[in-house]
Design a protein around this ligand. Structure first.
Ligand SMILES: Nc1ncnc2c1ncn2[C@@H]1O[C@H](COP(=O)(O)OP(=O)(O)OP(=O)(O)O)[C@@H](O)[C@H]1O
Length: 262
């Protein structure tokens, strides 16, 4: 296990709970995510991935439990944590009336970076993410994939130690996905940590070296990809066994659907 300089995990979660009315979204999870890894948080729709990531990144207060990011408590020490993380949340809200370049300049200044450094990093990120041609276009006119990419650039600008991404490839075309993937691989190769949520198993299997499987608000398995996959032929198969969906026959009750009598 490759941990940070002092052997501190990227994320340590203990007894984390969140309930929305009757719905228990996260049911008391314990989790330790090692530093320097490409980590996938996988689970079916409604498993609690977004709720977990929101609590881990300080966007949503847990009912119970603690979260530490690189050794700092997210709720007692928010400034220390926020300086060390980058976040691309689900349904990211951006400043629509700024251009891509203005958005990055503003983000960089908020992060306390010197203007010249912000300009240099922004230009490089726009270039690598294939957004240089759209640098002066307003964000409101960006496509879904372009929004993901400018959101990723803003999350990376201050060179965080840990990057959290909620469904980063959703709505992104294959070429942009490949670009994002390249940037993330370069980032983790330098010792940084990526934690991303997805329900696309093939993607997680091809990108991640460490996974946590979530279902119904609980962690069902976590560890190095090979260990979680075990003897199954793919992560998809291991996942279906873990969440107990292997035996269900898709559509067996839909005998009215399709050709024949209407
Ligand atoms: N603000 C909220 N109010 C009420 N219920 C919520 C709220 N946020 C999440 N939930 C519920 O908590 C559960 C977990 O939701 P969450 O969005 O964390 O799942 P997810 O694993 O990210 O799902 P998906 O892959 O579909 O995005 C779901 O049953 C959801 O309906």
């Amino acid at each position: 296990m490759v941990d940070g300089a002092a052997g501190v995990p990227a994320v340590r979660v203990q007894g984390l709970w969140k309930r929305f009315g009757e719905q228990i979204a996260v049911a008391g999870i314990d989790l330790e995510l090692p530093a320097g890894r490409f980590i996938g948080l996988v689970g079916p729709n409604g498993a609690g991935k977004t709720t977990t990531l929101s609590m881990v990144t300080g966007l949503l207060r847990p009912d119970h439990g603690t979260v530490e990011v690189v050794g700092h408590d997210v709720w007692r020490d928010p400034a220390q944590v926020k300086a060390r993380i980058g976040v691309l949340p689900e349904g990211l809200r951006l400043f629509e009336r700024l251009s891509g370049h203005e958005l990055l300049s503003y983000t960089g200044r908020l992060r306390g970076l010197p203007g010249a450094e912000v300009d240099k990093r922004a230009a490089q990120l726009l270039d690598v993410l294939d957004l240089a041609g759209a640098r002066n276009k307003l964000v409101v006119d960006y496509s879904t994939g372009m929004r993901k990419k400018i959101g990723l650039a803003a999350a990376l600008l201050h060179n965080p130690e840990v990057l959290f991404l909620d469904e980063p490839f959703e709505g992104v075309d294959p070429v942009s996905a490949q670009t994002i993937r390249g940037v993330l691989e370069r980032y983790t190769a330098s010792g940084a940590t990526v934690v991303f949520s997805s329900h696309v198993m093939e993607l997680v299997e091809s990108l991640c070296d460490w996974v946590a499987v979530m279902a119904a608000g609980r962690i069902r398995a976590h560890g190095p990809l090979d260990e979680v996959r075990g003897k199954a032929s793919s992560l998809q198969e291991a996942f279906l066994e873990l969440v107990g969906a292997g035996a269900r026959t898709a559509g067996s009750d839909l005998d009215w659907l399709g050709g024949g009598a209407r």
